[in-house]
Ligand binder design. Structure first.
Ligand SMILES: [Zn+2]
Length: 644
């Protein structure tokens, strides 16, 4: 008889699920108090799977729940607990700090995933500036109960999101004196996470160098929060049903932070892309766009809201054109919907169109970040980045997305300086002239050397390694710019790296030449016309120059070499973003802000040193010498009366 040893059992391979289900409030807890919104206000987010330790602490985020105001430290939630895994995490509950930890984690991760999807690469937080140089930051810290006040903000120096809680006033649905937790608002969490993501991509955008700088940060953060609403299936269908498909009327999807807005004594949401509640009649009314509003609005949130309204308006016109055929089918060609409820199938189809359009517009807005100048960005630059990035992805604009964007921006007075017309082609960044293209190609390193520069930035690669590789590539680009070819190239793309550059530009103590910093070397992928993936290399180079409020003083420091120049009033930055085609070695775009531009220097001087009542910088930060305030967003988010 052969041995009857038991058969060996082959263990099945371990398959990680792609997602972790976590329940959250779709908007914020206040919608649970009304019967018509309660049913749509709980949803399950599918967060990319990652191994977590209690906190939750994962690859990108670390939730730290200490509450200095009450001296409490709440036990961290363990989302790996098998009971929680089985039921999609904890039940939404206002009074459960562990649910708060779950909610901030789930919403922040969803926002991160939207960025990674749009950019086709992993995201990095901005590095920490320490005495020994820049340090890699693996995790953004999130404090769900950081302070007892009506505020929440991203701290660029702490690399942390801080959420406050506060007693509500007697307005709206809030219980007077009841506690409002900002960490339970999808919009507030998505908004603050976006500040951190944007800072990770463009660390100079937090410096207020013109009236648009901080407004772009604020507006962009609202855009991301707003368009994420369209990925809430139940809420979307519900709002389509209630508005009978007309999303231009008052609806939850176009409003931000309901509970926060009401709790601080406003009559509606904190911000509304479509309209406002009249303070006297308490009735909602749509806002008519007026181009003159832009010039009159300087407060960053209010100015950012104009940008948000423009993008939302573009979304609405694209959505309308996408559903026109459905409405014709549903109405036998009249386009006039009959009285009563819409057919549920029509609601589903309209919702699908709205969600696809919103996802497309959100992707456009995120991808545009690769096409922005590295410093001193304005709304006009952002518009040009939007249309250029979209043209690269979808060469023929057969659905009219770009036209819709340009038209919506124009109606709000947003367009770049110095373009001949507002046709979309004219608004796209122009590439170098043909003669320069050839010249530039000759100056660039060989194809193989170029291809070695972009790190492996795929979604599975290690983020610290990406950062290290990017630094190695940045050093390679830096060395090459110091070569004869590189120097000629620098001249062509508007850098001032020659010995004859103004002496106010920081010089290297080693060779006495103007210093420059290679900020980032990263890949941007786009789909070619035949479906093939083409890669661009995005290189950002920046320089800084001592700026003085007194123009005469400036001239002296510019022209006379001094061993120790007088302390600057502000740092004036310039530089360029180069998009280089990795196949053809062609410089496709050079998006620059000249460091030697007298007009730009004068504009920044006026902005920073303007009259106390008119200068935004002076209002918020007092001393113009403080170029980068320690907490730019805390200052902005805190005062209730200044937060429209
Ligand atoms: Zn903000």
């Amino acid at each position: 008889m052969p041995d009857a040893s038991p058969p060996r059992i082959q263990p099945p391979p371990k398959r990680r699920p792609p997602f972790r289900n976590l329940r959250v409030y779709a908007f914020d807890p206040s919608l649970n108090w009304q019967i018509d919104t309660a049913v749509i206000n709980q949803m399950t987010l599918q967060v990319p799977w990652e191994d977590l330790t209690p906190g939750p602490v994962g690859e990108y985020l670390e939730v730290v729940d200490v509450d200095p105001a009450s001296g409490c430290c709440y036990a961290p939630v363990d989302l790996e607990d098998r009971f929680l895994l089985a039921q999609g995490g904890l039940d939404p509950a206002e009074g459960d700090p562990q649910f708060h930890q779950q909610m901030v984690y789930a919403v922040a991760m969803t926002t991160i995933r939207n960025f990674e999807r749009a950019l086709g690469r992993r995201v990095l937080w901005s590095q920490a500036e320490e005495a020994q140089g820049y340090q890699f930051v693996r995790r953004l810290r999130i404090y769900p109960h950081a302070m007892r006040e009506a505020n929440a903000y991203y701290s660029p120096c702490k690399k942390a999101l801080l959420f406050g809680y506060f007693p509500a006033t007697a307005e709206g649905r809030n219980l007077p004196g009841g506690t409002v937790f900002t960490c339970l608002s999808h919009d507030v969490v998505a908004h603050e996470t976006t500040h951190a993501l944007l800072d990770g991509l463009h660390r100079r955008f937090v410096e207020p160098t013109n009236v648009d700088s901080l407004a772009l940060h604020e507006g962009f953060a609202d855009i991301v929060a707003l368009f994420q609403h369209f990925s809430f299936p139940a809420a979307l269908r519900d709002q389509i049903r209630k508005t009978r498909g007309d999303l231009a009327g008052q609806n939850l999807l176009g409003q931000l932070a309901q509970q926060f807005g009401e709790a601080i004594g406003q009559y509606g949401a904190l911000r509304d892309a479509l309209g406002e509640v009249d303070k006297v009649t308490k009735q909602w009314r749509p806002k008519e766009p007026k181009p003159a509003d832009l010039a009159a609005t300087r407060e960053p949130h209010a100015r950012g809201a104009i940008l948000v309204a423009a993008v939302f308006d573009a979304f609405l016109s694209i959505y309308k054109s996408r559903i026109a055929d459905l409405l014709r089918i549903a109405t036998s060609g009249t386009g006039v919907l009959p009285q009563g409820d819409l057919h549920p199938d029509l609601v589903d189809r309209l919702a699908r169109e709205a969600s696809a359009t919103a996802a497309h517009v959100l992707n456009m807005c995120i991808r545009a970040l690769d096409y922005c100048p590295p410093v001193d960005v304005g709304f006009g630059d952002y518009l040009r980045a939007l249309v250029t990035a979209d043209r690269d992805l979808v060469p023929d604009d057969d659905r009219g997305y770009r036209i819709a964007i340009v038209e919506a921006f124009r109606r709000r007075g947003i367009y770049p300086q110095g373009v001949r017309s507002l046709s979309t082609d004219n608004l796209c960044w122009s590439g170098p002239l043909d003669a320069d293209v050839n010249e530039l190609r000759k100056l660039l390193p060989g194809v193989e050397d170029l291809r070695r520069l972009p790190p492996d930035w795929s979604v599975s690669s290690d983020r610290q390694k990406i950062q290290q590789n990017m630094e190695t590539s940045a050093r390679a680009v830096h060395d090459w710019l110091l070569s004869d070819n590189g120097r000629s190239m620098g001249r062509l793309v508007g850098l001032a790296i020659e010995p004859t550059a103004p002496f106010s530009i920081e010089r290297s103590p080693k060779n006495g030449l103007p210093k420059f910093e290679v900020h980032s070397v990263r890949p941007a992928r786009r789909q070619g016309p035949d479906g093939q993936t083409l890669s661009d290399l995005v290189i950002e180079v920046t320089q800084k120059r001592r700026g003085y409020l007194d123009a005469g003083f400036q001239q002296r420091v510019d022209t006379e070499p001094m061993d120790s120049p007088p302390p600057e009033d502000f740092w004036f930055r310039g530089g360029c973003t180069l998009l280089v085609d990795l196949e053809s070695r062609e410089v496709r775009y050079c998006i620059g802000k000249g460091i030697e531009s007298p007009a730009r220097l004068e504009a920044q001087r006026t902005f920073l040193g303007g009259p106390a009542d008119g200068s935004l910088h002076a209002t918020y930060f007092g001393d113009p010498r403080r170029q980068a305030p320690a907490e730019p967003f805390a200052m902005l988010h805190r005062p209730v009366e200044e937060t429209p």
